[in-house]
Design a protein around this ligand. Sequence first.
Ligand code: A3P
Length: 319
Amino acid sequence: MERKKSSLASSTPNISPSAAASNPYTQGLIQFQGFWIPSRHILTSSIISFQKYFQAFDDDIIVASKPKAGTTWLKALVFTIINRHSYTLSNTPLNSANPHQLIPFLEMKIYIENSNPDLSKIPSPRLFSTHLPYPMLADSVKRSNCRIVYITRNPFDIVVSSWHFTRGVHNLPDWSLEDCFGMFCRGEEGFGPFWDHALGYWNMSMEEPSNVLFMRYEELKEDPMAQTKRLAEFLGFPFSMEEEKTGVVNQIVDFCSFNNLKDLEVNKTGKMPRSFIPSNKLFFRSGKVGDYVNNLSPAAVERLSNILKEKLSGSGLTF
Ligand code: A3P
């Protein structure tokens, strides 16, 4: 069944040459297919390859997100849920590999390394991930019945998290939060605008709830047990009564928690091979909800709130 196109309001970001002039990260952002893409990954050609060659299977699972929304956490949960009958928590590959290695990015890993890889032999369900907005997914994903799990997060925490991460990855101690925030408000940030990214998946989760699950970082924090059960059910790997009684859900939640993952040696001192991220520890900063109050002024919060109100108006999506 062909999926309907989401009714995404198109909003072309304004380009501010002054904001982009200050550092290599922002200089590398380019507008591509209606979104801001970090070209440092040579992403445009890998995106085109993904769109052209990727053949989705109905039992594929795709983890989708904007950077800094909780991708690493969600990948750990999805991997553990799907593989819980193959691995125990003491011998799971998550003990020796970062979650991004186990659920690789389509556009930032798989199609960068090979423009037309043979993915057909990967045991099912195949697990992939993407930071691409819904409209940029390969048509074969939209036509298939594969499952997409999207995670989002309040954008105030995303800005702050992004700012820390980008400064760490690109060694930009002088890049100001004001500059980063101003760009975010203009939609001018990796895979942004934030609101269009979230809206694409939000609309699809409304139109096709059995294919697209919309999750929120804050809800996962608030009630990880309930959200993990919801996730497992959506993925087609629900927990049995027996598993619930014997504490399996609890153990998975604890294993994938911020404190546990960040203290694994691979995430404390490891680095992913052939990755531009200098250290896995950059994926684990504070893991809190509402940390933005320590960084953003009330005026800044009001400014972004007003933008969101306008951009999301009528969609039913709020932050
Ligand atoms: P902070 O910078 O606010 O701490 P992503 O994985 O999409 O890059 O998002 C990174 C954010 O998720 C960071 O937020 C990071 O600390 C947080 N994070 C990583 N693993 C987590 C986990 N297991 N539980 C909760 N938050 C986690």
